[in-house]
Design a protein around this ligand. Structure first.
Ligand code: SF4
Length: 351
């Protein structure tokens, strides 16, 4: 049972500070959470690791968010994208009742604010006309999270969320409406959804509905509270020796580099086979974001493939230059020294 609490936001900025580095998965300079808490309560969600109450017990409904955001939107660069991607689904059941997300999208549509929405709920289709307007004026991208296409595993990992097939049909509807769509495979859980069979099944399903791109990352275990939750979850799925996760995480929040490199390589090979992009394609955001954001993303996306192909130094240079450009601190000399200079010049000098 989830309780809804009508609430007002604490004092201070709704959007927070502009991110110090651009988010290469979601293209975002700001991250916005509409509700606090999430009724879907997926057991792997990072949201369980923070907060004093269980993630799905109470959902706070911020009645003053649209009004506060309206004032703040006037103060930010219109070509900085806002990602509605934080640890609370914007179309969880509370949205049917309170429509805070819809009010936010209305503001975005009125001012032409680029945004990216990440949701597991097909109820986002109710706001397709608004998202189409935003995409016509600026840029709107709709993403869903998928961790498996296996109904048994889905029931164990996300039994309160809409079925994976429903989420993919939702993306197909947006795609038909001309709105770019992507899938976030978040998270990849070692030994649970990382087998070749599971990943192939999932990626093939994405390719079949024609998603524009996929992104992925690995289970994050930020603290001991979340580690305990994951330790309880894994035996419910299969019998795993406890050492499996100890070997891969070794008490760190992130998977080991060895595990990440091996799994990334498998996914990229499969994406290449299926013709799936492994980040938002440049053609989707070209000319629709601040030029410095666009150039930073081109570099960050190139760096990802560089890492996988063993060009570690080049990847580091691309990544560092991306952050300098994004913050407006790159010199002409630094730009000219980049192997992607021609692309960067075309973005930064012609707009
Ligand atoms: S739907 Fe998203 S935000 Fe909500 S619990 Fe699941 S993973 Fe977390």
């Amino acid at each position: 049972m989830t309780y809804y609490i009508r609430d007002t936001l604490p004092e201070g900025s709704v959007l927070g500070q502009r991110r110090p580095t651009i988010n290469e998965f979601f293209l975002s300079s700001y991250t916005l959470s509409i509700y606090a808490g999430c009724e879907f309560g997926c057991p792997y969600c990072d949201g369980w690791a923070y907060g004093s109450r269980p993630l799905n017990e109470v959902v706070r409904v911020p009645f003053d968010l649209p009004q506060r955001l309206d004032q703040e939107l006037a103060t930010i660069d219109r070509r900085d994208l806002i990602g509605v991607t934080a640890l609370s689904d914007p179309y969880q059941p509370a949205e049917q009742q309170y429509r805070i997300t819809r009010q936010v999208l209305q503001l975005f549509a009125d001012v032409g604010q680029p945004c990216l929405i990440l949701t597991k709920s097909a109820n986002v289709l109710d706001d397709l006309p608004l998202l189409r307007r935003i995409n016509e004026r600026a840029l709107a991208i709709v993403m869903t999270t998928l961790v498996t296409m296996d109904p048994r595993l889905s029931a164990l990992l996300e039994n309160k969320s809409p079925l994976p097939g429903v989420r993919l049909e939702m993306l197909a509807a947006f795609k038909r409406a001309g709105i770019p769509v992507g899938v976030a495979i978040l998270p990849i859980l070692p030994y649970i959804n990382d087998t070749d069979v599971a990943l192939n099944h999932l990626l093939r399903a994405c390719a079949e509905v024609g998603v524009d791109f996929v992104v992925w990352d690995y289970l994050h275990i930020p603290n001991s509270r979340h580690r305990m939750r994951i330790s309880e979850l894994t035996p419910r799925i299969n019998s795993y020796p406890a050492s499996y996760y100890r070997d891969i995480y070794a008490e760190r929040p992130f998977v080991s580099t060895l595990y990440r490199t091996e799994c990334d390589a498998r996914i990229i090979t499969r994406c290449d086979d299926l013709g799936l992009e492994m980040h938002v394609p440049h053609s989707i955001f070209a000319g629709r974001l601040r030029p410095s954001n666009e150039a930073a993303l081109v570099l960050k996306h190139a760096a990802r493939r560089d890492i996988l192909q063993g060009r570690i130094n080049v990847a580091r240079q691309h990544s560092e230059l991306a952050d300098l450009i994004y913050r407006g601190q790159a010199t002409q000399e630094q730009l000219r020294a980049s192997s992607l200079w021609d692309d960067l010049w075309a973005i930064l000098e012609t707009k």
